[in-house]
Design a protein around this ligand. Structure first.
Ligand code: AMP
Ligand code: ZN
Length: 322
């Protein structure tokens, strides 16, 4: 197997691109794919400071690595979610990556505001992934706004975007279809532009990139993602891809080119107000993150109240039994 570009021995085969690459040519190919996506979708310019959301997984670390190599001005943002050993490992790998390259990194510990993901999920009785998503969206915008970043980049790849598209189509989520895009412009003064520079590369490609660059990333999936529907969509898409290489890329690219415009909402976004607690955009009195924190606080207060009752009862000689 020879490299399609330089005829040296190839180490990577990409059927959907009808290409084989040696190490050097693959790294170049990957960087160009990302760069082309950034330019074509006008994600950001070389002058803009970019906040990169880094989980410690292969995608976001590969993304950060590529952006730095392409000469962009980046700062990493990592949320320590408090999901046991998985989160500890993620934070450690992210910090090591930044330290080794002398890159600026902001780390936010959700525990510090009483909002570790397992706790939020338990006290609010909401699924962990829902609480986690709300917390991530909130902090991504908040930190970007507070520190003056006009744009936030995440490591979502082609597999993520194709799986999300399949889910949205299967449930005919027309509002979500109208908004699914590698670039999301802010709809509020306290939101920033969200971009997904890896939307043209597969999970496999970003894993190979991270491996060939010697990036040490967290291999385990989040323990909460076990059984997630998203993973089933990914499996289905991989079966289609095996039978017909290029399916994922065409599915997403053709959606963006001709499908999405058909769902665009003529009347535009709903106008939102401002959260009375944190000042971020909200449709009601508070934003969804503060609503989540408030219900966690109510739950804790109730639990503490119960403890008080028990203490009082203990002080008065215990509960009267009948
Ligand atoms: P996921 O939702 O885990 O598939 O992650 C999608 C993207 O969100 C990642 O590529 C990161 O850019 C970002 N992300 C996920 N988890 C974190 C985290 N704990 N801290 C910062 N960014 C994250
Ligand atoms: Zn709020």
């Amino acid at each position: 197997m020879k490299c399609t570009r330089c005829r040296e021995k190839a180490v990577v085969q990409l059927r959907h691109h009808h290409s084989n690459f040696c190490r050097e040519c693959f790294l170049l190919f990957f960087e160009r794919q990302v760069e082309r996506g950034i330019h074509k979708e006008r994600m950001f310019t070389e002058e803009e400071p970019i906040l990169v959301a880094v989980s410690g997984g292969k995608d976001s670390l590969a993304l950060w690595d590529v952006l730095v190599r392409l000469g962009y001005r980046t700062t990493g943002l990592h949320l320590a979610l408090g999901i046991g050993e998985y989160s500890a490992d993620s934070t450690r790998k992210t910090e090591e990556f930044a330290r080794a390259r002398d890159l600026p990194l902001v780390v936010i510990r959700l525990e510090d505001e009483g909002a570790a993901v397992p706790e939020l999920a338990a006290v609010t009785r909401r699924p962990a992934c829902a609480a986690c998503g709300t917390a991530k969206r909130h902090h991504f915008d908040r930190i970007a706004i507070e520190r003056g970043f006009p744009v936030l980049a995440t490591g979502h790849n082609l597999d993520d975007e194709a799986a999300r598209l399949l889910g949205n189509v299967l449930h005919w989520q027309t509002r979500h279809l109208a908004k699914q895009s590698p670039v999301l412009q802010p709809t509020h003064a306290r939101f920033v532009r969200k971009v997904k520079p890896l939307f043209r590369v597969t999970e496999y490609e970003s894993a190979i990139y991270a491996f060939l660059r010697g990036i040490d990333y967290v291999v385990e999936e989040c323990p909460n993602s076990v059984g997630a529907t998203q993973l089933v969509y990914k499996e289905v898409l991989n079966r289609l891809e095996d039978a017909s290489p290029g399916t994922k890329l065409t599915f997403l690219q053709e959606f963006l080119r001709s499908g999405r415009p058909a769902f665009a909402e003529p009347e535009g976004e709903r106008n939102s107000g401002t959260c009375s607690r944190c000042g971020m955009p909200a449709y009601g009195e508070t934003c969804s993150y503060c609503a989540l924190l408030a219900s966690a606080e109510r739950r804790r207060a109730r639990d503490a109240g119960d403890d008080d009752t028990e203490e009082r009862e203990a002080a008065f000689g215990g509960r009267q039994r009948e």
